[in-house]
Unconditional design. Structure first.
Length: 562
């Protein structure tokens, strides 16, 4: 601003204050004809991205402006941060990453730069580097609730921290959550012996999402079994879709809470006489941890959307199954464990109209492995292990991500495989497909699915076996690393469960060498799955109904004076 006359300074301030960004852009362009200063270049970039609506052309032009401004004046950090932010939006952040690393090598710590670098590493699938930068922000006491949640969620992707470390982090975060004064909270309105137990379901994913695929049929069973089911939807604005409308037809009551404060949501849930409140989000995007920290319902249960401990002492139960969490492993979780006898989730029945083809290896004369887990789950250990498998023969690997798919991420994955001696046509990337049936049909190109670790696949494994493709999985130590174990146990496919990475490699070698056996499994697997607990929504729903009644009865007996 010091380069401008007082009159021009006042004009710029006025245009920014009144959000007249089109006029601001015009005025700055005129000023740039006189002098192409870093300040003006940055200001022009700001004016372009501040216009409503912002076009793709404006974003790309602003990216060049911010970069030019920073390279002209390395002290103009606003230009660097703006450059990083827009590069993330445009998925063009390779150069921004290098500039941020260079800047931080001299600065050591800067909140905005460190946060931008953490986000870039996340979108590149470099989860350890992402956590390293998140942790720097936490250690400098600058982490807000959103960053804490992102950090805790990201720990599930790597071996960087133990479960003990994770619970310690959860405890630190829990201490920072706002605890409302009881004077401003409504008293609990629930009935101890209701004719119908009122179940509340909080989620930011009541739309076309994996969560919906697991809960929809179960909700219908709960409704038939005389429960009242109430939705508290934190779907972001514009996210509602046909699945949302279908779910609205199942719930007795539906409340959109995305624009309500945490205090208002707690009071709303209490006012609606909720007996048991389910959290279907955990530390996933769209979470509202303060709602559960402030005990919105007498009983609170974590289920489905986040498969690890919340670390909140106010969360009473975590739903798992007997394969996922053994009794001797309870110390890994702050909640009491509800162990369903077979499976922790049942998936809705997928269309039988989608045909299963002949085993591809019969025609190809080589094995095609596949993984449709999101690319963030491709840990360094997973890639190293898969690389050994791919080296053993002339096999190929098909990858397709459910989220975050772009060229820089693919290139980064390719480089990681290359460092392990795998390149060329060995790795095949498939585009994300919006049509669900088309997505499933890609499994017709795969002989064997490979599970990721430590964060195992869930939805992808259900879909894979539906399409006749068995999954080799590595049994981990905690809930979200044992999905494949539980699924394969329910199908009596123990030969597809590896105890360690060497066993995983050996199983891939043995299984892929028996084409006839693989072909038999392919044609029988869907019927095996349909007749198992994995897709038995009625049995799962009734079992859950019984457990919830028992838990509420126990609570009422133990809290007679409340």
């Amino acid at each position: 601003m010091k380069d401008l006359s007082e009159a021009k300074q006042e004009l710029v301030k006025s245009l920014v204050k009144n959000k007249k960004f089109h006029q601001l852009e015009f005025e700055v362009n005129l000023l740039l004809l006189e002098k192409r200063s870093p300040f003006l270049l940055n200001l022009l970039g700001v004016s372009k991205i501040s216009k409503v609506p912002t076009s793709k052309k404006d974003l790309n032009e602003s990216l060049d402006l911010f970069k030019e401004a920073y390279l002209k004046d390395r002290t103009l950090t606003d230009a660097l941060f703006n450059y990083a932010e827009i590069s993330i939006r445009l998925l063009k952040y390779d150069e921004a990453k290098d500039l941020l690393i260079e800047y931080l090598s001299k600065k050591k710590y800067d909140y905005k730069a460190t946060l931008a670098l953490a986000r870039i590493h996340f979108y590149l699938g470099n989860m350890d580097d992402c956590l390293l930068n998140y942790k720097k922000i936490i250690d400098n006491n600058e982490a807000n609730s959103k960053l804490w949640s992102a950090f805790l969620f990201t720990t599930n992707y790597t071996y960087k921290y133990s479960q003990k470390d994770y619970l310690n982090f959860c405890n630190k975060y829990s201490e920072k959550l706002e605890k409302f004064d009881e004077k401003i909270l409504k008293k609990f309105q629930y009935e101890k012996n209701p004719k119908k137990i009122r179940l509340g379901f909080f989620s930011a994913d009541l739309r076309t999402h994996s969560v919906a695929k697991f809960i929809e049929e179960t909700l219908k069973i709960l409704k038939k079994d005389n429960y009242e089911i109430i939705a508290f939807s934190n779907n972001k604005l514009g996210a509602d879709d046909l699945t949302t409308e279908r779910l609205k037809g199942i719930f007795h009551e539906w409340y959109d809470i995305v624009n309500l404060s945490d205090l208002d949501v707690v009071n709303l849930i209490r006012d609606k006489k909720i007996n048991i409140l389910f959290d279907l989000t955990g530390y996933s995007t769209g979470n509202r941890c303060e709602i559960f920290k402030n005990k919105s319902a007498p009983l609170q249960i974590s289920w489905c959307g986040y498969c690890n401990s919340s670390g909140l002492k106010e969360m009473d139960y975590l739903i798992a199954d007997e394969n996922l969490i053994k009794k001797e492993e309870d110390f890994n979780y702050t909640e009491k464990i509800i162990r369903l006898p077979k499976i922790w989730n049942s998936h809705f029945l997928i269309s039988s109209e989608i045909k299963i083809n002949e085993l591809p290896a019969i025609k190809n004369k080589y094995i095609t492995f596949g993984s449709f887990n999101n690319y963030g789950k491709l840990s360094d250990e997973t890639i190293e292990t898969w690389s050994v498998i791919l080296k053993n023969n002339n096999s190929k690997l098909i990858l397709k991500s459910s989220v975050h798919d772009h060229q820089l991420l693919r290139d980064n994955i390719k480089n990681k495989f290359k460092k392990n001696g795998i390149e060329g046509e060995k790795i095949i990337f498939m585009e994300r497909l919006k049509n669900y049936d088309d997505h499933l049909k890609i499994y017709n190109n795969i002989d064997i699915s490979l599970d990721t670790f430590p964060f195992a696949g869930a939805t992808t494994t259900f879909e894979s076996l539906w399409m006749g493709v068995p999954t080799i999985t590595l049994s981990g130590e905690i809930f979200n690393s044992k999905f494949g174990l539980s699924i394969n146990k329910n199908l009596n496919l123990d030969t597809f469960i590896a105890k360690d990475k060497n066993d995983y490699i050996e199983k891939a070698k043995i299984i892929s060498s028996d084409i006839n056996k693989l072909s038999q499994i392919r044609y029988s697997l869907r019927n095996l799955a349909i007749n198992s607990s994995l897709f038995d929504n009625k049995d799962f729903g009734l079992e859950l109904c019984k457990i919830l009644k028992d838990k509420w009865r126990l609570f009422s007996q133990q809290n007679k004076n409340l």
